[in-house]
Design a binder for this molecule. Structure first.
Ligand code: ZN
Length: 483
């Protein structure tokens, strides 16, 4: 029997505010333990929460970008559970009147192994509600017990719950990538997974292909990167399929992903909503959101990633795949567009940014924001390539130097002596060497295999340090081999 997975994702994203959700404590990351705490976020008796207006506005902005129906009336609820990182023994969250109701997210997903092929898919959003974060327990390197840091307690989170619309680990990965991009575009969160500003849990079940009823779902926690989520879902799919085929039943539970082992293991049986004894937060009365305020927020929405990609394809005629990758990072998309404004050839610029430029950035551990490479230099480099002053091999070398030194391509090419060589004498000598050193390629070419010439051109390029004009090298080699 063939099984298919049914996947829903819960993403917690930290909203970019200076203070916490219900008090004025700072949200500074990495401060000394318990520095940012007060009676409200420590849950002292008699203290009263006040809703952070900025957090509410950011939540609405995110909801609008996700096509959600923003509530007319909303309230907060207490979600009860006992754990040392939760001083009140309840979390203030939202239950039946969340700020954002139903919406959707359009994604481009890779449905085949061909990396250049993507398909559009609409993924439903169930809700996106506000809640406060819990504190953090520290168990490591402490001999006699554990420590707790409440700096994170009370930080505003938006929990974005998707419908169980995802059908493969790859789709889950593409959904997370698209979601992160949107949240960054609308500037509601820095989405830094290393600082825990974006966290993800996955609900996974499997069912026989063709069956409509969902199987029993398992929640997977501890997914610290999108790649981890993809791997964990893949593992869980296989585990459940194997169990069902062996006649076992799936238990509804919460499982933890162990990245080192590449497996999930049971953590606890899954709670149902009634286990949390939700009830309205008596210290915060339900309130009405004015439609005028919501439309004011709607006016601040920027062009979103998918719209931008479609515009790039239409306006600049760049390949679809390049457009979708460029828009995943707002800064990268802006950089590309600035280069085009400076007069760059869009197709070539997109290609060089996505390949050599990103490679040079990662090599030098710089980001697009802090690298300092001016769009005009990027355009200059592409022009030098277009008019054959440098070969595409040299582009890579110049790009790396440009990221390191911030010098203009012309200066780098001069200093390093990288200009393309059209000196036939030099290329001829290199061609002779290449022919002598590669008898197998020569024999293949002579037997009619045109492709074999590529290896010889490569050898000439290597001999000349990537400076030979490839077209000239090609011609000279052909002449020598046919004589
Ligand atoms: Zn506080």
């Amino acid at each position: 029997m063939n099984y298919e997975p049914v996947i829903g994702l819960e993403v917690h994203v930290q909203l970019k505010t200076k203070s916490k959700l219900f008090c004025s404590c700072s949200t500074e990351f990495g401060a000394e333990g318990n520095k940012h705490t007060c009676p409200v976020c420590l849950g002292w008796p008699g203290s009263l929460p006040v809703v952070n207006e900025k957090a509410l506005k950011l939540a609405i902005k995110a909801g609008l970008a996700l096509n959600c129906k923003v509530a007319e009336r909303l309230k907060f609820d207490r979600k009860h559970y006992f754990y040392p990182d939760l001083p009140k023994a309840y979390q203030i969250s939202q239950y039946d009147m969340p700020v954002n109701g139903r919406g959707w997210l359009d994604i481009e997903t890779k449905t085949t192994d061909d990396r250049l092929q993507t398909t559009a898919k609409k993924i439903g959003i169930t809700r996106a509600h506000l809640e406060e974060d819990a504190g953090k327990l520290l168990h490591e390197n402490i001999a006699d017990g554990s420590l707790v840091d409440y700096n994170r307690g009370g930080i505003p989170l938006l929990e974005i719950v998707s419908e169980p619309d995802l059908r493969s680990p790859q789709e889950a990965y593409d959904y997370l990538t698209a979601l992160k991009a949107i949240l960054q575009y609308v500037e509601v969160s820095d989405c830094d997974m290393e600082k825990g500003s974006l966290r993800c849990d996955a609900n996974v079940s499997v069912r026989p292909v063709g069956q409509e009823k969902f199987g029993t779902k398992v929640e997977i926690k501890n997914l610290n990167s999108f790649k981890m989520a993809q791997k964990a879902i893949q593992y869980e799919m296989e585990r459940q399929t194997e169990a069902l085929e062996g006649g076992e039943t799936i238990v509804q539970e919460t499982r933890l992903w162990n990245d080192a082992q590449g497996t999930t293991s049971s953590m606890r049986s899954k709670e149902e909503a009634h286990d949390y004894r939700y009830f309205p937060e008596p210290d915060l009365v339900p309130f009405t959101l004015s439609r005028a305020a919501v439309s004011e927020i709607r006016k601040t929405l920027p062009e979103l990633p998918l719209e931008k990609a479609k515009r790039f394809i239409k306006e600049f005629a760049i390949p679809e795949y390049d457009a979708y990758v460029l828009v995943q990072e707002k800064k990268l998309a802006e950089y590309f567009e600035n280069c085009v404004k400076e007069g760059g050839n869009p197709k070539l610029i997109a290609k060089r940014i996505l390949n050599e430029f990103l490679a040079a950035l990662s090599e030098s551990k710089k980001t697009i924001e802090d690298c300092g490479v001016q769009p005009k230099d990027m355009v200059e480099l592409s022009k030098l390539e277009e008019n054959n002053t440098i070969s595409s091999t040299t582009v890579k070398i110049v790009m790396a130097k440009m990221v390191l030194t911030l010098n203009s391509p012309a200066v780098i090419i001069k200093e390093e002596g990288l200009a393309q060589v059209s000196d036939t004498g030099l290329i001829e000598r290199a061609a002779e060497k290449a022919i002598a050193a590669n008898p197998a390629a020569v024999a293949e070419f002579k037997a009619g295999k045109q492709k074999a010439l590529g290896a010889l051109v490569g050898a000439v390029m290597k001999e000349t340090g990537g400076k030979a004009n490839p077209q000239l090298a090609n011609e000279i080699l052909r002449k020598k081999l046919s004589s």
